[in-house]
Design a protein around this ligand. Structure first.
Ligand SMILES: *Cc1c(COP(=O)(O)O)cnc(C)c1O
Length: 350
C-alpha cells in the first residue's frame, strides 16, 4: 500500500518551513511594515515593491475552474522543472534512493536526479515507444521512490498506454509522475481527474507550451492535498514573481485564443506530416499527440545543417537511443511550416 509518510525524507518530515511576512499576516491592512520592502514604491509605473502572494491563490482559483481540480490540489512552480526538482528533494535520499525513467524521454528527470545525487534507473521504452512493464517491475526495489512517465512523450510524440500507467499507479508504492506538458494537443484524456483515486499520482502540466507562456516560467503540479503540502513546504518562498502572476492572470482570460491555436496546431501537424511524407529522404514520421513531429531521415546531420544554413533550427535527436536518424520538428505557424517544407524540398535531390 502507498503511504506518503513511508517515502517522505525524515528531514522534510521534521522541517519547519520558512515563514514569510506574507504567511504570517495576509489579511487587509493599510500600513505594511512587516517585510522590509521599500514603502515608497518601485521605479516602474506598476508597483512591484511588495512581495507577491506566496501561494498564488488568485491564479489557482482560476485554474481550478479551468481544470476542474480543487485549489488545494494545485502547486505552481518556476516551470515544471521546479516541481521535478522538489520531488527529488522531498522523497529521494541522496546516494541511497533511486527513481525510474523510461528513455527516450524528457531530459530534465535525469539532470535533476544527477543534481540530487539520486540513482536514475533507465528502462528503455519498447520499439513501439511504450512502457516495458516487465522490466519496470523487475527494476523496482524497496528504495525506488518515483517513476517518471511523460505522456504524450517528448521526443517521441506518442501517448503512453493509459492502462499501463494505471497499473503502475495501482501497484507501485512510490510516486508516479505523469508529465502532461503536451496534453492539450492530444486526444487522450488527462490524468488530473484521477487524483481522488490514486494517492501516489502527481500530474505535471505547464503554461510553457499550448498556453504560449514559456517566457513567464510557470508550471503546474496536481496531486493529493498531502503531496501539495510537501511541495509548499519545500519550495522557494515567493517562487512565482508578481509580474508573472499578473500576466498569467490576464492570460488565463484568453482561453478561446489558446484553444484556437491548439486546433490550428493540430491541423498544421497533420498537414506537415503529409508534406514531409512526400520527401524521399524521410523514412518515417511517428504519429504525434504533441506539437512536434519525430521524423526519421536517411541523413539527419546533413539535413540539420542544411536547414541551419537557411536559418531554420530543428532539434537533432539522431544520437538518442531508439531515435536513430531522427529530427524533432516543432509545428510552426502555416508560414513557418511552408518555409520549412520549401527548404526541405530543395534538399530532395539527394
Ligand atoms: C517543455 C516541457 C516541460 C515544460 O517545462 P517548464 O519548466 O514548465 O517550461 C515539461 N515537461 C516536458 C516533457 C516538456 O517537454
Amino acid at each position: 500500500m502507498f503511504e506518503l509518510q513511508n517515502i517522505l525524507r525524515e528531514n522534510i518530515k521534521n522541517l519547519i518551513p520558512y515563514s514569510s511576512a506574507r504567511n504570517e499576516f495576509n489579511g487587509e491592512a493599510s500600513v505594511f511594515l512587516d517585510a522590509n520592502e521599500n514603502s515608497f514604491g518601485s521605479p516602474l509605473t506598476e508597483n512591484y515593491n511588495r512581495y507577491p502572494d506566496p501561494l498564488q491563490t488568485a491564479i489557482k482559483q482560476k485554474l481550478s475552474l479551468i481544470k476542474g481540480v480543487p485549489v488545494k490540489n494545485i502547486f505552481l512552480g518556476n516551470g515544471s522543472d521546479e516541481a521535478i526538482d522538489i520531488l527529488f528533494r522531498a522523497f529521494c535520499r541522496p546516494g541511497m534512493d533511486n527513481v525510474i525513467t523510461v528513455p527516450p524521454t524528457y531530459g530534465m528527470y535525469e539532470v535533476s536526479a544527477n543534481i540530487n545525487d539520486v540513482e536514475n534507473r533507465k528502462v528503455k521504452l519498447t520499439a513501439a515507444f511504450q512502457l516495458d512493464m516487465e522490466r519496470i517491475a523487475e527494476t523496482i526495489d524497496e528504495n525506488t521512490r518515483i517513476i517518471f512517465i511523460c505522456s504524450p512523450n517528448n521526443p517521441t510524440g506518442n501517448s503512453i498506454d493509459r492502462n499501463d500507467i494505471q497499473t503502475l499507479l495501482a501497484n507501485f508504492n512510490g510516486i508516479v509522475v505523469v508529465d502532461e506538458a503536451y496534453i492539450n494537443y492530444s486526444r487522450q484524456k488527462t490524468f488530473i481527474q484521477e487524483l481522488t483515486e490514486f494517492a501516489n499520482l502527481v500530474v505535471l502540466q505547464t503554461l510553457s507550451k499550448a498556453w504560449g507562456l514559456a517566457g513567464l516560467r510557470v508550471g503546474m503540479a496536481f496531486a493529493s492535498e498531502e503531496i501539495i503540502e510537501v511541495f509548499n513546504k519545500v519550495n522557494a518562498p515567493y517562487n512565482i514573481s508578481q509580474a508573472s502572476q499578473q500576466l498569467v492572470l490576464r492570460a488565463l482570460e484568453n482561453i478561446d485564443q489558446v484553444n484556437e491555436w491548439i486546433k490550428q496546431t493540430v491541423q498544421e501537424r497533420e498537414n506537415l506530416t503529409l508534406q514531409l511524407s512526400l520527401l524521399d529522404f524521410v523514412q518515417n514520421i511517428y504519429p504525434s499527440d504533441a506539437n512536434f513531429l519525430l521524423v526519421k531521415t536517411s541523413d539527419p546531420v546533413f539535413i540539420y545543417q542544411a536547414l541551419v544554413k537557411q536559418g531554420i533550427i530543428v532539434r537533432n535527436r539522431s544520437t538518442v537511443e531508439l531515435c536513430e536518424g531522427c529530427l524533432r520538428i516543432t509545428v510552426g505557424t502555416p508560414e513557418e511550416n511552408e518555409i520549412l517544407i520549401h527548404a526541405m524540398k530543395s534538399l530532395n535531390w539527394r
